[in-house]
Design a protein around this ligand. Structure first.
Ligand code: SAH
Length: 524
């Protein structure tokens, strides 16, 4: 170190992702840095790069024009650096005389390994200063309108890493203690462990109805907030396709929406819907499971009076023997094809009832029939291949024991070519739709013409409605989420008025709003 101009390291907290939430000192240091070493989560602040696709509002701080920017976080094209390599880089550049800003998401010392970087500098005799940041643990809930403490209901907060599953030998988290407390729980890095975390808290006695909010990409234009309850968390998060980075808030305060800060709309982004276009519109939403009710929630957010009715439920097939049947069916299987998030959830829960968990799937290729199944697997931390890659993937693997076996779970068929005639396909049904009871009030309201719109998010919902309520009134507008539900309407003799260009809960609700607005507008 002797003989060099003294370099220095600053560990700077970048805040949760909105450039406006970087501290003034952090901004000043960026403006005079020689080297900036940046993580993926802090990138959005630095140069306006997206946090998974969300363009920033253009308010990125100025960096010194000559500063060298080194990306050490994971990106779509490059893996992240090891902590040792990052430590070595900081020390090496400072020793060479550079002013090094190590820009880290949120606060450097909150679950961000900043302590290890400071230690490495100290051990090497490099001067290191910490510039605290706005931690996502507190800011992201606030940006969704959630006060993490509230005088009457929550007087303590626990900020927890969800990185290690409850029960992991290296975990120091007291899950039973947290479950028994009334503290607000703020969980970072927990998306991949949602099911295990939920189970640990429910087992430890947190009530099933405890409110939960999951805030994805908080403080960016792509912020999404899922509100649910502890017992609904796993299923709802899978259905919503929740992805990292997300903060999970558990506790009474999670139901509050006190003063959500509106996120600045991204340049070129569609403007947020200014008004509530569906006010005064009564929509019947046919559901095929007790949760998640995302469509009704979305319609209500647009002002609709959405009335939900359950017309069919998927139940795990096979009764008590299903878990055992699953283990038998998995034996010797090379790939597992899953149709949708319900099948993913049923697979996971049946493995748990069989006394094991997703590790029992190790070594098998998981194949997603569509994007919703892929997202459901992804949110459990399980990688999958699209159905179209199944053949290529299995053909590429060495297979001394003969042709592969594919397990097709209920709703999806593998597409195999003539060359794959020797493959065996094993079929297993994890879910079956059981009919619900008709609700006499719904039947009565339909007869009276009290509904303006009926919205269907699946073909099962269509069939269930047709079965329970017979022919629908001719002036009822019918909205179908996609091709399959529209076809099911046709098959049941139901006229379809609205189909969104892309399938999905949000596009469907938006299409209903557009249709209603257009029919109200005298120019149309
Ligand atoms: N030191 C950081 C936390 C690093 S751990 C801080 O103080 O904020 C990374 C985790 O932080 C992510 O997995 C996610 O749980 C959370 N996180 C960070 N930024 C976020 C954001 N903008 N929206 C949602 N979660 C975020």
């Amino acid at each position: 170190m002797d003989g060099h101009a003294a370099g220095e390291v600053w560990l700077v907290g970048a805040g949760p992702g909105d450039p406006g939430l970087l501290t003034v000192r952090g901004r000043d240091l960026l403006a005079t840095a020689d080297v900036i070493v940046v993580d993926r989560l802090a990138l959005a602040v630095l140069d306006g790069a997206p946090l998974d696709g969300a363009p920033p509002d253009g308010a990125s701080p100025e960096c010194a024009p000559s500063a060298q920017i080194i990306h050490v976080g994971k990106s779509a094209t490059a893996p992240s650096w090891s902590q040792e390599r990052i430590n070595a880089l900081l020390v090496e550049r400072a020793r060479a005389g550079a002013r090094v800003v190590r820009l880290k998401g949120g606060d450097p010392y909150v679950l961000g390994r900043g302590g290890e970087e400071a230690e490495a500098c100290a051990a090497a005799g490099v001067r290191c200063t910490v510039v605290p940041g706005v931690t996502s643990a507190l800011a992201v809930p606030a940006l969704a309108g959630i006060p993490v403490t509230h005088r009457d209901v929550a007087q303590e907060i626990a900020i927890i890493s969800g990185h290690l599953a409850p029960g992991h030998p290296d975990s120091t988290v007291d899950w039973p203690g947290l479950a028994a407390s009334r503290a607000t729980l703020v969980i970072l890095m927990g998306v991949a462990r949602l099911i295990a975390i939920t189970e640990a808290l429910l087992d430890g006695g947190r009530p099933e109805a405890t409110p939960v909010a999951v805030i994805e990409r908080g403080g960016t234009a792509a912020q999404r907030v899922l509100r649910t309850t502890l017992d609904g968390l796993a299923v709802d998060a899978i259905a919503a396709g929740v992805r990292s980075p997300a903060v999970i808030v558990i506790g009474e305060v999670a139901a509050r929406n006190d003063a959500a800060v509106p996120t600045a709309p991204a340049a070129g982004a569609r403007p947020a819907v200014a008004s509530r276009p569906l006010v005064g519109v009564r929509v019947l939403v046919a559901r095929t499971r007790a949760r998640p009710g995302l469509l009704a929630r979305r319609l209500r957010a647009l002002g609709a009076d959405a009335v939900e009715t359950v017309v069919a439920r998927p139940a795990p097939a096979g009764g008590d023997d299903a878990a055992a049947a699953l283990l038998t069916a998995l034996d010797g299987v090379n790939a597992i094809l899953l149709a949708d998030p319900d099948e993913v959830a049923a697979l996971v829960s049946l493995l748990r009832s069989a006394g094991t968990d997703v590790r029992a799937l190790a070594g098998r290729t998981l194949v997603a029939a569509g994007p919703s199944a892929r997202e459901a697997l992804d949110s459990l931390g399980l990688a999958s291949v699209p159905r179209t890659h199944l053949r290529a993937q299995l053909n590429a693997e060495p297979r001394p024991l003969g042709p592969p076996t594919v397990l097709a779970v209920a709703g999806a068929e593998p597409d195999l070519g003539p060359a794959e005639h020797a493959w065996s396909v094993r079929r297993l049904t994890l879910l079956t739709d059981v009919a619900a009871e008709p609700d006499p009030r719904i039947a009565e309201e339909l007869r009276h013409g009290d509904f303006d719109v009926a919205a269907f998010a699946s073909s099962t919902a269509v069939r269930g409605t047709a079965e329970l309520y017979g022919p629908l009134p001719p002036d009822l507008l019918v909205a179908a989420m996609g091709r399959r539900s529209a076809q099911a309407c046709e098959a049941a003799g139901i006229r379809v008025d609205i189909v969104p260009a892309e399938p999905g809960v949000h596009p469907l609700a938006a299409a209903v709003a557009d249709f209603v607005t257009a029919s109200r507008d005298p120019l149309n």
